[in-house]
Design a protein around this ligand. Sequence first.
Ligand code: PEP
Ligand code: MN
Length: 343
Amino acid sequence: MLIVMHHKATDEDIQRVKDTIERIGYRPVVIPGAERTAIGVIGNQGWVDDSPFQELPGIREVIHVTKPYKLVSRDFHPEDTVVRVAEGIEIGSGRDFTVIAGPCAVESREQMLRVGQALSEMGIRLLRGGAFKPRTSPHSFQGLREEGLKILAEVKASTGMRVVTEVMNPEHVEEVAAVADILQIGARNMQNYDLLIEVGRAKKPVLLKRGIAATLEEWLASAEYILVQGTEEVVLCERGIRTYERATRNTADLSVIPLVKEFSHLPVIFDPSHATGKRSLVRPMALASVMAGADGVMIEVHPEPDRALSDAGQSIDLQSFREIYQALKRLWEFKREITISTC
Ligand code: PEP
Ligand code: MN
């Protein structure tokens, strides 16, 4: 950390900053300048909390040199992490493009068996469906909760698919992890640190969605909470961020995908359904994410999208999904060819 002093800072101000640095266990190094003095903080292993400096007089700026994450960073771990979900299901290996599909919410046994059967016949191995649903309004459908988990377990047993489902509460981690092969942390809970710690302890792969207004740094710092618990199996999921634009539900930040790859070794997938909120945009944005470098996509598919109890407007039917899936596979192969031939 570097503390830049005001040009009018007094010797007492500088001394107070030096004393504070020593008080919190580090060493100050004064760097005099023509205009102003800067003070370097030396001896830290990771992120330094800047709150002891916030109210001190004479400080112009506090610059963090160390990131608030370490285990997730590429500097610390240069090779790509491959998340192994089950035999033959790997995310981030570069060999396959991962496709997770299924309805927003588990609504009934019939709905899940129908969609699971159809997707499994297409070759999809990862089924999504929320049993616990984080809804903006308490008057909206909240998910079938425990009953939804039972349905997921049944579909899993009958199709052999692996399940991705959200957990919203630290107290539910154990029961959700008993069914889920990947524990999803939703956008609203990206900074629910108790929940992150608890899913990290479950020693299961985690799908960490980007918060609605989270910076890349905040998102990676949240992933760090999970890795600190000893789980390296974290997949990041870009799902759009809140901007002034209301023509789409969120604004898809595709540029964050290659950027994540620069900063972190963790795999990253894209959710074109929540990122756009519009059925017609799912295909073009899913395809665009392949070229942006995503390791996969997660798409909301419903046997009767207009009757979906949540996220109907962005859910696509099975036939549309089949076409998108074929296109994704072809584009992925094409991208692999041009990457190999131009390297
Ligand atoms: C979901 O995946 O259904 C969901 C609620 O997503 P998000 O947390 O990204 O809004
Ligand atoms: Mn949804």
